[in-house]
Design a protein around this ligand. Structure first.
Ligand code: PXG
Length: 289
């Protein structure tokens, strides 16, 4: 494996950064998770745009302009010779002292990792997931805005810990008003009366790239999509439920807080969208070569 670290390529074992990097000391930085399907980078520009927007929001200088960033990522993918891969791009605040002040850090760090994609077991896609809502709330948009894909994922990790300890695969987080926001690492959707429902961005959610693709695909099929305020009740009475994310793609949910969703198996529309999504990932994307 070849890892890009601050302008140089090195072997996995030699990929190191300073313990004084504020990315390590404070989780001060941003990241992206991107997929490569059959040698093509899926929704590359959308991920890059979100990366630069996350950085802008925390006043973090991206060490490369967009065209050189695009090239550095493509080169890292090429070097790893994986037609299907997961790309992790990290921008850290860089090396500083033991104080919080980010402006003491000299230069932002850039790390690009390309690895094999660790997929959920296929049974989960056939059977559907069981999820629960957890006590850990989604961060307030007035604090670290969930739209920022920050290196500080502790809040989401706390939610994930609750889910795993309860014996389920994923956690639904509510916002501070008790409305549904999203899962620890995925956006959430419900289907009811032929309509697709998902919490609006203002509920405190990451504007997922997969979320946007699903909304666009559904509308293209003439299905009405509503982004709204959702309660747990809306999930309990849904005919179908599914999660979306770059890693998970579209994964059906069959139980929420012990309530069976619909027939207790992946829904018809969910399956259709899963197929459409697979087709799209095979058709689209920016070639690596
Ligand atoms: N919400 C949150 C909080 C996320 O972290 C998504 C939604 C989905 O967004 P995209 O753009 O991927 O459709 C994410 C992204 C993991 C893992 O290991 C998942 C994410 C990030 C880091 C790790 O499951 N998901």
């Amino acid at each position: 494996m070849q890892v890009y670290v601050n302008g140089e390529f090195c072997e996995k074992e030699d990929a190191r950064i300073s313990v004084f990097d504020h990315g390590v000391l404070y989780g001060d930085g941003v990241f992206e998770g991107i997929r490569v399907y059959a040698g093509r980078i899926f929704k590359f520009d959308e991920h890059l745009e979100r990366l630069y927007e996350s950085a802008k929001s925390i006043d973090l200088a991206v060490p490369l302009p967009l065209d050189r960033m695009r090239e550095a990522i493509r080169e890292t993918v090429r070097r790893n010779r994986l037609p299907d891969a997961y790309i992790r791009v990290l921008i850290t605040r860089g090396v500083g002292n033991l104080g919080l002040n980010p402006y003491q850090c000299e230069k932002s760090g850039l790390i690009i990792i390309v690895d094999k994609i660790a997929l959920y077991p296929p049974e989960l896609y056939d059977r559907g997931l069981e999820v629960i809502t957890v006590a850990t709330q989604r961060n307030l948009p007035e604090a670290v805005n969930p739209r920022i894909k920050s290196l500080n994922y502790l809040n989401n990790i706390l939610a994930k810990i609750e889910a795993i300890n309860a014996g389920v695969e994923e956690a639904i987080m509510l916002n501070s008003f008790g409305f549904v926001s999203e899962c620890a690492g995925d956006n959430i959707f419900a289907v009811r009366k032929g309509m697709i429902l998902t919490p609006s961005i203002s509920m405190g959610v990451l504007e997922g790239i997969t979320r946007n693709v699903v909304i666009e695909m559904a509308r293209g099929k003439g299905i009405e999509v509503k982004q709204l305020v959702m309660t747990r009740h809306d999930l309990f009475i849904a005919e179908e439920c599914f999660l979306t994310g770059t890693a998970a793609e579209i994964i059906p949910v069959v139980k929420v807080d012990g309530r069976q969703i619909g027939e207790g198996k992946p829904g018809t529309l969910t399956r259709e969208l899963m197929e459409d999504y697979h087709r799209l990932t095979r058709e689209e994307g920016v070639p690596v070569e």
